[in-house]
Design a protein around this ligand. Sequence first.
Ligand SMILES: [Zn+2]
Length: 258
Amino acid sequence: MDRKIGKRIVAIAALLLGASTANTALAAEGAPHWGYHGAEGAEKWGDLSKDFATCKLGKEQSPIDIKSKEVEKAKLDKIVFNYQPSKLNIANNGHTIQLDYDKGSSITLGKDRYELLQFHFHTPSEEEIDGKEFDLVAHLVHKSADGKLAVVAVLFDRGEENKALKAYWDKLPRESGETRALPKSQINAADMLPASRDYYTFKGSLTTPPCSENVRWLVLKNPVTVSKDQTTSFRKIYPLNNRPVQALNGRKVQVGGD
Ligand SMILES: [Zn+2]
């Protein structure tokens, strides 16, 4: 793997975890293996390492099944997307395909601003709506200046080919650890968003170890489409990389609108 990009992935992982320098070294050299099957599967994450204890002990874990009849209607700030084009940097990080995003793109909700760091995919979707799993979900990971995370989830329902994905879908790195930097190709994450910006929101966690909490989840209510062939292409690399839904434990899910 390109060493510079590899370091950058570790650095971004560390950012996401809010990790200390010591943890960064651990992530680089000896973090426990985890996956989605068997002894390293999602049910076991909390036992694989002390650092992953929140995966089993946390009370505000993600993903969740959003029960549309039980959500609380609320007056919510609109998500304002300030997304700029970015160079194309794709990584297969061993758990998903991740696109690292150039600096300078953000979302704002009221006074809160979060910078877009990266987005990545899970199949089937991690978030469910009324028990329905979608073919794919994109998680757009953002971080505020004071270190708080906000993740926007875009659900992909089976249908028409997705044009935003089409721009780079044939360039996905197949091998774990493989990265592709294509500085001459530009993408814009805004192309992936549905027309309606209505969303569900709740407090949750990272959906991968160490399952850290205090993540502000923003799940866009309306899915976009993905073709069967596009999902199949992704599943040739990652057949299944979704954590099962977690208990709500009394958390409220809110939705805006009239
Ligand atoms: Zn994710």
